[in-house]
Write a protein that binds this ligand. Structure first.
Ligand code: AMP
Ligand code: MN
Ligand code: MN
Ligand code: MN
Length: 281
């Protein structure tokens, strides 16, 4: 039997709801053999995740999901097999987290204007010292009954054109891929389909990403339809990118997504974990 890889997941170190140890234990129960914990702009959950992985007999891939602004669009770049102790990477991530804090205050001010008081303080409390993000605001607004699901809260309050939206000013593509590579990791474009780029802009992004030294494309994601996986498989093959597979699991509150249930990579793709740069077994 092939080992089951899941190379994209979140813990309470960012906007997941399971602690790193709970996430690892749940992944193991669900039949995941190799798990990457990839929190937004932080590696703070990795120490606890490594300890849990050792107990559970699971291979943990140290990871991170870096927020990037590319050509006016927010995109996410995964760093896999990074060295969490690398100073350059940590300095870059610290900068992104201070921007996150400022943005969270700004989101709070925007929501205040439409009569939603104290959202910043509540979001910060909910983040519990982890990186604060829109998901924390969304959970608070959901709790207040302002919409009946998390995606609807996003759609009504937190996306471009809505009152709680603040335009992102994240790392450049070159910085993000640079930090990942300097720390010994491989860079992967996360959930490309979600950015609503035209086919031409998708190819442009991939071209620039590869020029920076990026090596992988998420071909299977918890948010992709079978047709989207197929399209990503063709792109990965065409550009010679390693194919990655990750659920983007955030916890049991999103019942439509479960660990260990994703389809295998389409045939014809080169799995990222079979490429020369991959350092785990
Ligand atoms: P941030 O990086 O703080 O802007 O937040 C991005 C996170 O918000 C993503 O990683 C998802 O977890 C979550 N998110 C974004 N869009 C949606 C949506 N439409 N429905 C549910 N969660 C979303
Ligand atoms: Mn998230
Ligand atoms: Mn993402
Ligand atoms: Mn993610």
């Amino acid at each position: 039997m092939q080992p089951h890889y899941d190379l994209h997941s979140h813990s309470t170190a960012s906007d997941g709801t399971l602690t790193p140890a709970e996430l690892v234990a749940h992944a193991r129960r669900q039949g995941v053999d190799v798990l990457a914990v990839t929190d937004h702009d932080t590696t703070d959950g990795l120490k606890e995740a490594f300890q849990a992985a050792f107990r559970e007999g699971l291979i943990l891939v140290p990871g991170v999901e870096i927020s990037v602004t590319w050509s006016g669009t927010t995109i996410h770049i995964l760093g896999l097999n990074i060295d969490p102790l690398h100073p350059g990477l940590q300095q870059g991530l610290a900068g992104l987290r201070s921007y996150r804090d400022w943005r969270a205050q700004e989101i709070g001010r925007h929501l205040e204007k439409i009569g939603i008081a104290d959202a910043y303080r509540a979001a910060l409390r909910l983040a519990g010292g982890g990186t604060v993000g829109r998901t924390h605001f969304a959970r608070i607004l959901l709790e207040q009954g302002r919409a009946d699901s998390l995606p609807k809260v996003f759609k009504n309050y937190l996306v471009r054109g809505k009152s709680g939206y603040v335009k992102g000013q994240w790392a450049s593509l070159e910085q993000a891929v640079g930090w990942i590579r300097e720390s010994g990791g491989q860079a992967v474009i996360a959930h490309l389909v979600r950015y609503r780029l035209s086919a031409t802009r998708q190819r442009q992004l991939i071209g620039e990403f590869m020029e920076c030294g990026g090596e992988g494309l998420e071909v299977v994601s918890g948010s992709f339809s079978p047709a989207e996986c197929h399209a990503m498989a063709l792109l990965a093959q065409r550009f010679g990118l390693g194919a990655s597979s990750g659920s983007d699991y955030h916890g049991p509150e999103n019942p439509w997504l479960e660990l260990g249930t994703m389809e295998p990579l389409p045939v014809g793709c080169t799995p990222l974990w079979k490429t020369p740069g991959w350092i785990q077994t």
